[in-house]
Design a protein around this ligand. Structure first.
Ligand SMILES: *Cc1c(COP(=O)(O)O)cnc(C)c1O
Length: 223
């Protein structure tokens, strides 16, 4: 299977999941997670017409995307990995949206960097729905407070994002994120990966983040 074929199959599977959930397929956006894959592989997705990508490391994105964006100017790249405050300047200039805003200090640094660069980007707040100590994300009980303070600091918060615990049923985590999004009045829900995107769509996902079903197993050979 080529990357183009994988994308076509996946778009069909997303449409089918939407149909079953009684949702319009235009409500769900596919983020192709291109982390670890270098330019020739990512290019196959670009040449197949795909334009929205996710990266989890600032450094990797900075070395990969400016070149590709010069060739494909309508490309958008979201940061979906943990963001250290010392990488915020690069993140604000390189990404179109940061999905992993998860603490007050990060809010402050992003706000000041946006002013400095005279550049505003959209943000999602990452919620640690499983309250796992090793994982990023604000605790569910503190999510509303963080959204409010991010907005007060001038961030454009349009969505929530979560990564459920690997060893649990994802549905209750997705449902919790959807409820929080409703409470804090944001439109977008980034949830669901290769293995659980259909469940996420059932629970209201607007953005699914999928890597291996498009590009193959990371560390393996690309299609
Ligand atoms: C890697 C990654 C994905 C994609 O995972 P796959 O299993 O390859 O689909 C989605 N979200 C985040 C935050 C990731 O780091």
């Amino acid at each position: 299977m080529t990357v183009a074929e994988n994308l076509a199959n996946l778009n069909a599977a997303i449409s089918e999941a939407c149909r079953r959930a009684g949702r319009a397929s235009s409500d769900v956006t596919l983020i192709a997670v291109s982390k670890t894959w270098d330019e020739p592989v990512v290019r196959q997705a670009l040449e197949a017409g795909h334009r929205l990508f996710g990266e989890n490391r600032v450094q990797e994105a900075v070395s990969k995307w400016p070149v590709l964006k010069a060739i494909f100017p309508d490309v958008r790249v979201h940061l979906i990995g943990h963001l250290q405050t010392n990488k915020v300047a690069e993140a604000v200039s390189c990404f179109d949206l940061i999905q992993t805003v998860d603490r007050p200090k990060l809010v402050r640094v992003i706000a000041s960097e946006q002013k400095k660069q005279k550049r505003q980007i959209e943000c999602f707040i990452q919620v640690n729905t499983g309250e796992e100590p090793q994982k990023g994300g604000v605790a569910p009980g503190e999510a509303a407070g963080l959204v409010a303070s991010a907005r007060a600091a001038g961030l454009i918060v349009t969505g929530l994002m979560c990564i459920p615990p690997a060893d649990q049923e994802p549905a209750p985590h997705f449902a919790l994120l959807a409820k929080l999004a409703c409470d804090v009045r944001v439109d977008y829900l980034s949830m669901g990966m290769s293995v659980d995107f259909a469940v996420a769509i059932e629970q209201g996902a607007t953005h699914v983040r999928i890597g291996s079903a498009i590009f193959g197993r990371r560390g393996g050979t690309a299609p």
